[in-house]
Every structure is written in structure tokens, then in C-alpha cells.
Design a protein around this ligand. Structure first.
Ligand code: NAD
Ligand code: MG
Length: 388
């Protein structure tokens, strides 16, 4: 857990500010101008949105990963704005900006290097970018402990677990229940899921999110990544983690303690709540998302997951047990397979099959270095096209 910054206003860098989480985070900041201040923003290629955000929040430093529109964005910003460029520019922004808190909200393993830079500096990190823990949790977690910054989960399930954990001691935890809506194909047959179209996969029943995580929610690979994420974040055995399908997405996750008590965190499905919690931790302040209403009758239902129809879930448990380089390989294979599906090159059902094939072909390294993890990631990406 570590220390956490109590500076006011809290100086914040948002990595991935043009995305779904990034935009929600800016709404949270806009509502608390005296307490939260943006000192850096970074994105890949939506330069017009990034420039508009930088102007709106008077941000002194920004980074654009894609170099194509570098001149355009420089021209659109006040001359005193410092513009960092390329993937190294993102790391430089984090490494050199006076800040207290970094919101890691880039999608994919691309988020790892700047997240690592924040952890290395001992800054507090709000972690939405689960992929960085899936790839390198065994390196990031001890590093965060050593450098002293707090790592506060933003992923709704992990934020719920983090909050529930405060009701007991780590050694008193018996089980963690990660909930999932079940995605758009919760009730579909395996054959129908295999042939699902892009529009159907992007039609999430309860959450509005970026395209990659929305497709991951349809395959349930998202939950697979979250199993690995929870394993690292909370230092629990894989056998202590269970997945529960909860279609209403109101109970965000639960912790069962040794005495049998189960502590859950509930709320409307709106990422602004866990984003704000991470930003203002350890305080709780007035939220800007719609609170839960109990004025109408409502029921909450739970069912066990079906690993036959959603094989990605089984892969998540397998990769978490394997450890070492398995998370990096599963994640990279999935990232490329999702992109191939979005490009119309493979059927929906192939995403999980390809991830499984690549994971099986991989020779696992038990304690990889960071360089070896990047190699495993690159190997897996390359391997996917061999499966097509
Ligand atoms: P998104 O696609 O909406 O946004 C991604 C952001 O990352 C954009 O700002 C984009 O410019 C930036 N980006 C992408 N590749 C980059 C690169 N190579 N270099 C620099 N910037 C890059 O994604 P999202 O839905 O906001 O998700 C972001 C992260 O948060 C993911 O890891 C996701 O799993 C996690 N998360 C999202 C939600 C949600 O509700 N959207 C919920 C839980 C966790
Ligand atoms: Mg989640």
C-alpha cells in the first residue's frame, strides 16, 4: 500500500486522457478544481481532443505518442506548453513533471513503460491499465513497495475489493469474488458466440467503455486479465479468487473473510466513482455519478460462470497459476487477436482459441526480467499471425 500524497491541490498526470477512462477522469477533476489539478496529459493520436483538453485545463505539459500530428498540436497550443513526443516522450513526461498522482489509463501493454516510470518515482498511481499488472505484476508490485508510492486500483472490481479489504487484515481474507455482468453473450450458445459480429460484441449491457475492453468483456478475457490483476494486487493465491456472474453490475466485487463475513461494495456502474475514489484516497468526497436508487424494487442475481462457453476465463486462471511470462503472452496474443477481429479478419470465437494456442506454444520463463517480458510480448504478437 505505501504512503499516499496529501498535497493540495493534488497534481495529477493522466495517461490516456482522450479515452473513456481519461475523459471520465477529467469530469471528476473539473468538479473539484481546488483539490485536483492537471499537470500533464498524454494520448496516442487524437491530437485535437488532447489539445482541447490541454487548453480547457490549462495544462503545462502534454505528450503525444503518435508523431504524425506533432506539428499540428504544437501549433494549436500556447507556445509555453511543453510537448513531449513518441513513446519515450510519455515516459519523459512522467519522469520529469512535478506531480503527486498518475492515472494510468492507456489501453494495453503500451501503458506499461509510463506506469513503470511513475512507480519508479514513488508517485501514487491510480491503475486503470490492468494490462501493465498482467504483463509485469511480479515486477511492479515489489517496486511500488520499495519506492513507497501507493498503487490504487481503478478497475471497478479491484476498487471494490480494495475497499472491502479495509474491513479486515490481509491474512484474514478467505476468498475474493470478482463479479462480471457476463457481457452481451451471457445467455448465448457457444455456436452463436463463435459467429458473433463486431456490433454485437461492442454492445455491452451495463458498462460504457473503450472498444478493446468492451470486446474483452464479450469474450470474458477481461475477467481473465482481472484474475491475474487481483492475484498481483492483493497478494492472494489464485485458488482464493472466484468469478461470479452478476448481470445487474451493482455489486462490484466482494471479499469473504475467515469468519464467513462477506463484504461487498455496491454502486451504479459508472467509472467516475472508482476514479474519484483513487484520486481523493484516503478521503471520500461528494461523487458526481448518479447514486444507487432503492426507491423501486430491484433484485440482484448471481450465477456461476460457464467456462465451456467462455474459455477465456479458464485461460485466465491457467495463466495466473503459471505465472512468470504467461500473463504477458496471454495479454499480447489477446491484444492482437482482438485487433484482427475488429479488422474483420477473424471470427469472434477465434479470439480465445488463438490466445490459447499461443499460450500453449510458449515456453514459460519462471522469473523473467522486464526485458524478457517485452520479448515474450513481442514473440506472442508475432505468433498470432502464424495462427491465422
Ligand atoms: P480507450 O480506448 O477508450 O482509451 C485509451 C487511451 O489510451 C486513449 O487516450 C489513447 O490515446 C491512449 N493510448 C492507446 N494506445 C496508446 C499508446 N500506444 N501510447 C499512448 N497512449 C495510448 O480505453 P479505455 O476504455 O479508457 O481503457 C483504458 C484502460 O482502462 C484499459 O487498460 C482498460 O482495461 C482499463 N479499464 C477501462 C474501463 C472503462 O470503463 N473504460 C474500466 C476498467 C478498466
Ligand atoms: Mg473491471
Amino acid at each position: 500500500m505505501g504512503r499516499y500524497s496529501r498535497t493540495m491541490p493534488k497534481r495529477i498526470i493522466i495517461l490516456g486522457s482522450t479515452g473513456s477512462i481519461g475523459r471520465s477522469a477529467l469530469e471528476v477533476v473539473a468538479a473539484r478544481p481546488n483539490e485536483l489539478k492537471i499537470v500533464g496529459l498524454a494520448a496516442r493520436n487524437r491530437w485535437e481532443d488532447l489539445a482541447q483538453q490541454a487548453k480547457q485545463f490549462a495544462v503545462p505539459r502534454i505528450a503525444l505518442a503518435d508523431l504524425t500530428h506533432l506539428d499540428a498540436i504544437k501549433g494549436a497550443l500556447p507556445p509555453q506548453t511543453r510537448v513531449f513526443a513518441g513513446n519515450d516522450g510519455l515516459v519523459e513526461l512522467v519522469a520529469s513533471t512535478e506531480a503527486d498522482f498518475v492515472l494510468a489509463a492507456i489501453v494495453g501493454a503500451a501503458g506499461l513503460p509510463p506506469t513503470l516510470a511513475a512507480v519508479e518515482r514513488g508517485l501514487d498511481v491510480g491503475l486503470a491499465n490492468k494490462e501493465s499488472l498482467v504483463v509485469a505484476g511480479a515486477i511492479l508490485m515489489p517496486l511500488a513497495r520499495e519506492r513507497g508510492g501507493a498503487l490504487i486500483p481503478v478497475d471497478s472490481e479491484h476498487s471494490a475489493v480494495f475497499q472491502a479489504m479495509a474491513c479486515g487484515r490481509a491474512e484474514e481474507v478467505r476468498r475474493i469474488y470478482l463479479t462480471t455482468s457476463g457481457g452481451p453473450f451471457r445467455t448465448w450458445s457457444r455456436e452463436r458466440i463463435a459467429r458473433a459480429g463486431l456490433k454485437e460484441a461492442l454492445n455491452h449491457p451495463t458498462w460504457s467503455m473503450g472498444p478493446k475492453i468492451t470486446i474483452d468483456s464479450a469474450t470474458m478475457m477481461n475477467k481473465a486479465l482481472e484474475i491475474i490483476e487481483a492475484h498481483h494486487l492483493f497478494d492472494v493465491e489464485v485458488d482464493q479468487i472466484e468469478v461470479l456472474v452478476h448481470p445487474e453490475s451493482i455489486v462490484h466485487s466482494m471479499v469473504e473473510f475467515k469468519d464467513g463475513s462477506v463484504i461487498a461494495q455496491l454502486g451504479t456502474p459508472d467509472m467516475k466513482t472508482p476514479i474519484q475514489y483513487a484520486m481523493t484516497f484516503p478521503r471520500r468526497v461528494s461523487g458526481i455519478s448518479e447514486p444507487l436508487s432503492w426507491s423501486k424494487a430491484r433484485s440482484l442475481s448471481f450465477e456461476p460462470p460457464d467456462m465451456e462457453r467462455f474459455p477465456a476465463l479458464r485461460l485466465g486462471f491457467e495463466a495466473a497459476r503459471m505465472g512468470g511470462s504467461a500473463g504477458a503472452v496471454l495479454n499480447a496474443a489477446n491484444e492482437v487477436a482482438v485487433q484482427r477481429f475488429r479488422d474483420g479478419r477473424i471470427a469472434f470465437g477465434r479470439i480465445s482459441e488463438i490466445a490459447e494456442d499461443v499460450l500453449q506454444r510458449h515456453t514459460r520463463m519462471a522469473q523473467p526480467t522486464l526485458a524478457e517480458l517485452f520479448e515474450a510480448d513481442a514473440w506472442a504478437r508475432n505468433e498470432v499471425d502464424g495462427c491465422l
